[in-house]
Write a protein that binds this ligand. Structure first.
Ligand code: BTN
Length: 271
């Protein structure tokens, strides 16, 4: 029996996206799916089968979207953009410290280029929208690395709220539509992000995070402010946030001196 597989129209049309990517189109191989478990899991499977650097999987729906720290990532097709990008680097995973911060810089720059105002970064890898004294999460980044003798592959997973999410959320969340004066088209958003990611990943390949540190600090939500850092099973650390070092570690000035922080959840301490 002849079975035909009819593919539903996805919210991203690769032909339109290619036109938006213009001269950068050759650097990406984009597949748009109606649904998958997780774009990062799907891309990881494709990477194992030899998918090239620059492969992108974008999906309208994820049945098992993954967030950082083992959390799940929920998104709804119309109001979000969920995709993963495969990028290969020479060298081992240890040489890629600060990669997630570099990706944050690319996202923030892309949103600014789309006209967004108030976009900033929270260490290590959240994109926030500032509104007065309040901050809400616009996008999350999940990077998964694996190395072999040829180098290291990064699966860069990005979940961006195009419209503010509704429902019971673990933290305040915002949508890109709130930051942009004009209505935004998801093809323009994805093309702007991929374009900026190509630029920051090229810089990162040559100069590592050192080449992007100043830019990151310009976007840093709480540069030079009083913060606290919550870690699993340890007392909160309090101090003034001095920014990040060349490896992307957070620099916290405390009574005991400057500490390098490698993990934890940072929040602002209001006076
Ligand atoms: C975070 O917890 O802040 C990171 C969230 C990353 C979610 C994205 S959505 C696309 C890609 N696929 C996944 O399963 N996760 C990432």
């Amino acid at each position: 029996m002849l079975r035909s597989k009819i593919r539903r129209m996805t919210l991203i049309d690769p032909v339109l996206l290619k036109a938006r990517l213009a001269s950068l189109a050759g650097r990406f191989d984009v597949d748009a799916l109606d649904e998958c478990d997780s774009t990062s899991s799907e891309l990881m499977r494709r990477a194992e089968r030899g998918a090239p650097s620059g492969s992108v999987v974008v999906a309208d729906r994820q049945s098992a979207g993954r967030g950082r720290r083992g959390r799940s990532w929920l998104s709804s097709p119309e109001s979000s953009l969920t995709f993963s990008l495969l990028w290969r680097f020479p060298g081992n995973a240890a040489s890629l410290s600060g990669l997630s911060l570099a990706v944050g810089v690319g996202l923030a720059q892309a949103m600014e280029n789309l006209g967004a105002k108030g976009v900033c970064l929270k260490w290590p890898n959240d994109v926030l929208l500032r509104s007065g004294d309040d901050f809400a999460k616009l996008a999350g980044i999940l990077i998964e690395l694996s190395s072999d003798r040829r180098g290291t592959q990064a699966i860069i997973g990005i979940g961006l709220n195009l419209a503010p999410p509704t429902g019971d959320l673990p933290q305040p969340a915002a949508g890109l539509s709130q930051a942009c004066p004009q209505p935004i088209d998801r093809h323009d958003v994805l093309a702007a992000i991929l374009g900026q990611l190509a630029a920051v990943l090229d810089t990162f390949t040559v100069n590592r995070f050192f080449g992007l540190k100043m830019k990151w600090q310009q976007y840093h939500a709480w540069q030079d402010q009083a913060v606290q850092i919550l870690g699993d099973g340890v007392d909160p650390k309090r101090g003034r946030c001095l920014g990040v070092d060349d490896d992307g570690a957070l620099l916290l000035e405390t009574a005991a001196g400057i500490e390098r922080i490698f993990s934890g959840d940072v929040s602002l301490r209001r006076a």
